[in-house]
Design a protein around this ligand. Structure first.
Ligand code: GLN
Ligand code: ZN
Length: 788
């Protein structure tokens, strides 16, 4: 099939079953390997191009083999790093500090593209932030009134543009549906650059962006694409600073104009990560050809909004792109039938996923080490590709046509419900018995006195966030232990030696509250998942976190039980080596949930409280072992904040409640710390206040403490450790820099409730920087303290 052949015939309708996107990393993380060996200089640009082209080809072949229609059902959504960065590159919307990397058309070559993603020398990379409420990170576009914006297309030889991906695929015999972040979402996810005029908002550039997308559509058409999918997940959020009215106006403008482009593929505008809400009738009034609805996170739209879709196709996202559980086929079919009944008669319905499958691993069949029963309840990307087809068949031909699949699903569902680990009466009873008193500690004033009497800390006490460098020696020991080459005693001895050296170092540097360094933890969530009942871990279950980085979330499938203490031996060993207070280190319930695949058969509040109880028991055991300071990390509280304001109260109630359950049993004299990994904590400051931790550490050095006046204004009365050292870069901050940041903090909040600490854990840093930086930090605290 060639591009010109496809243009002779009328475009085919959207196939009956499709997916909004597929994991891009490859079943064996081929993308990661290819990109990283290019970065290391071990592979050439040609090698990288070849490797990624063959990964794309393998993906298309796999999806066709799994039954997707070779015409327009297979998404072309590959990226070398990030789909938002790809739009930045396609529009030539390159921030001023990188513009010398562009050719005369504004195009970036391969190295230029990666420089935006990773930075170079004193040119910082584009900022990275969470994609909607997921754990994927995208690169934030920086736009101002002067940012060049025009379609660069394939002029940028570096990466495979959507049109290039279509051309490649057509040459190889498939006609994929290119997937591109839509223009409204692109601008909503952007931030004004440092050069932006006062009052400028990226959405001010919508006209230029639409124009560029018009050219993109023409290019895709010329390449032979019959359909294009423009993703507009940002419409699921009602919290954009520009206000909803402005967002709706942008949707109307963008799709009225893009719909009017004559030589274009058909347009599927996909809402995902929630409902389109009042954007749905707006889209309905534009000439787009199909609208995608997330019926998993969003539910069925109102009848009158669906009536506005006359003449369009609807892509119904009933298979979750966010979790790894089998779809409840019966419930999904019911939702599809209801949707069809509510739509104007004859509206074609395509069955699809609620989001791209980029959040789930490739194939559960490979998890041969997983308990086969648990495995039978799961669906990774490849299984979900099967599910959309079964559902499409059921919708088109009636339930009888898929009776066998429905029966099998019902059987597995019943088996799952009856599994003893899924519902443990003692756990359910313990959660049911939780009272408000369990979540409530003594008043802060009383705690403060008791803690001061016990700990005797100076003004501006110094501490760290928990982890010390994970050296290659530590990693080697862990790998050898896993492979069985190192026995448990030898492994534990190695970890104890590491702990002893971390404690000695902190004493020598003069920190006030010490940590054991977390040498024994592979990961701050997986470590706990492996020690708690109710979790399973996978071998190949990698999902992309950002760029070439992947995580392997644990599967939380059952009721949570702590069979034995998890951290006490390490922490009390560390405490035995020093007279200074040693801080026990736990990961909080919300973060454990956010970074795992969480069961879908009980409310999240129930899961959170089960984790809260397990951690509460750990806190009690730490106290009993003589540990007087306990930190419960909750960096994820902000990230799973619902996109819609109306959903936030309920979320914050259970999430904050579970943290309070975990920590609420601590004696007044036990100092509870928490750590949040971000500076924009003004959005959740109220919730953070309700966590009722005695000490909260946050990231603050990059923003130079800008958040603190808001903290003061809020009336946040407990202690705060705004980071004075940006651990995300290898730079060693000077004493003077730390002093300046501390002085700014003191000016905003007064010295009495401030701590001096780094922005985050030190696990990714090297010892040389860590030692120098911590010395400077301790010295800075001493100087500022002396001046008080
Ligand atoms: N205690 C953890 C550490 O220091 C916290 C990490 C995090 O907040 N992401 O590594
Ligand atoms: Zn952090």
């Amino acid at each position: 099939m060639s591009a010109s052949d496809t243009q002779l015939t009328a475009p085919a309708p959207l196939p009956a079953a499709t997916i909004l996107g597929y994991p891009r990393i490859g079943p064996d993380r081929e993308l990661k390997r290819a990109v990283e060996s290019y970065w290391k200089g071990a592979a050439t640009a040609a090698d990288l191009r070849e490797a990624t082209a063959s990964l794309r080809q393998a993906t298309r072949a796999r999806l066709v083999a799994l039954g997707l229609d070779a015409a327009s059902a297979v998404p072309a959504d590959s990226t070398l790093y990030d789909q938002v960065l790809d739009v930045t590159a396609a529009l030539g919307a390159v921030p001023a500090r990188f513009r010398d990397l562009c050719d005369e058309h504004g195009g970036l070559d391969l190295d230029g593209y990666f420089t935006l993603a990773r930075g170079e020398g004193d040119r910082p990379a584009l900022e990275m932030t969470k994609w909607l409420d997921s754990n994927y990170h995208y690169l934030v576009p920086e736009i101002d009134q002067d940012t060049p914006i025009s379609y660069v297309g394939s002029a940028a030889a570096g990466t495979a543009s959507p049109a290039d991906q279509v051309r490649d695929a057509v040459a190889a015999g498939t006609l994929p549906r290119p997937v591109v972040v839509g223009p409204v979402t692109y601008l909503l996810l952007a931030k004004p650059s440092d050069d932006a005029a006062p009052g400028f908002t990226p959405l001010d550039r919508l006209g230029d962006v639409i124009d560029a997308y018009g050219h993109l559509l023409m290019d895709l058409h010329e390449a032979g694409a019959q359909w294009v999918q423009l993703d507009e997940p940002a419409l699921a959020s009602d919290s954009w600073a520009v206000g909803r009215a402005r967002v709706l106006e942008a949707v109307r403008d963008a799709y009225t104009w893009l719909g009017a482009v004559v030589e274009r593929p058909r347009l599927l505008v996909a809402g995902s990560y929630g409902s389109l809400g009042d954007a749905l009738p707006v889209l309905g009034a534009t000439p787009v050809d199909a609208v995608g609805l997330d019926l998993v996170a969003g539910g069925l739209p109102h009848d009158q909004d669906l009536a506005a879709l006359a003449g369009k196709s609807v892509a119904a996202g009933v298979v979750s792109g966010r979790n790894i559980w089998r779809t409840d086929l019966d419930a999904a079919l019911t939702a599809l039938e209801r949707l069809r009944d509510a739509l104007p008669p004859g509206t074609p319905v395509t069955v699809t996923t609620s989001t791209s499958l980029l959040h789930v691993p490739h194939d559960v069949e490979r998890e041969t080490a997983l308990d086969p029963q648990v495995r039978s309840w799961l669906a990774f990307a490849d299984q979900k590709v099967g599910e959309v087809q079964v559902l499409a068949r059921g919708l088109a031909q009636g339930r009888e046509a898929v009776a066998a699949e429905l029966a099998e699903d019902a059987r597995l569902r019943a088996e799952r419900a009856a599994h003893p680990g899924v519902s443990r009466p003692e756990v359910r009873q313990a959660v049911a018995a939780v009272t408000e008193a369990d979540r409530t500690r003594a008043p802060y004033a009383e705690r403060q006195v008791a803690q001061q009497a016990r700990l005797g800390l100076p003004v501006l006490p110094t501490t760290t966030i928990g982890s010390f460098p994970q050296t290659s020696q530590i990693r080697r020991a862990r790998a050898a232990y896993r492979r069985g080459e190192l026995d448990q005693a030898a492994y534990e001895e190695a970890m104890r030696a590491e702990i002893a050296s971390v404690v000695r170092l902190q004493e020598e540097i003069g920190l006030d509250v010490l940590v054991h360094g977390e040498a024994e933890r592979n990961d701050m969530v997986q470590y706990f998942a492996e020690l708690l009942d109710g979790f399973a871990t996978t071998e190949h279950g990698w999902v992309q976190s950002y760029g070439s980085r992947c995580t392997r979330p644990s599967v939380l499938w059952g009721d949570v039980v702590r069979p034995a203490p998890m951290t006490v031996a390490w922490s009390s060993y560390a405490q035995s080596l020093t007279d200074r207070p040693l801080k026990g280190m736990l990961t909080g319930p919300v973060t454990i949930m956010a970074w795992s695949f969480v069961r879908d058969d009980v409310p999240r509040a129930q899961v959170a409280d089960q984790l809260g109880l397990a951690l509460r028991a750990e806190v009690a055991d730490l106290e009993a072992a003589g540990i007087g300071v306990v930190q419960v990390d909750e960096p994820a509280i902000r990230e799973t904040l619902p996109l819609r304001r109306a959903d936030r109260e309920e979320y914050l109630a259970w999430s904050v409640g579970s943290f309070r359950l975990a920590t609420g049993g601590a004696a007044p004299a036990t100092q509870v710390h928490t750590h949040l990994c971000y500076s924009e904590f003004d959005v959740v400051i109220d919730a953070v206040d309700h966590l009722d931790a005695d000490v909260t550490s946050i990231e603050a050095s990059r923003s130079r403490m800008d958040i603190l006046p808001a903290v003061a204004e809020h009336g946040f009365e407990r202690q705060l450790g705004p980071g004075v050292w940006d651990i995300h870069s290898p730079r060693v901050p000077s004493t003077q820099e730390c002093v300046e940041l501390l002085e700014r903090a003191v000016a905003a909040l007064g010295a009495q409730r401030l701590w001096a600490n780094p922005d985050c854990g030190l696990k990714t840093r090297g010892y040389e920087e860590v030692q120098a930086s911590l010395r400077n930090l301790v010295q800075a605290a001493a100087q500022v303290r002396a001046a008080e």
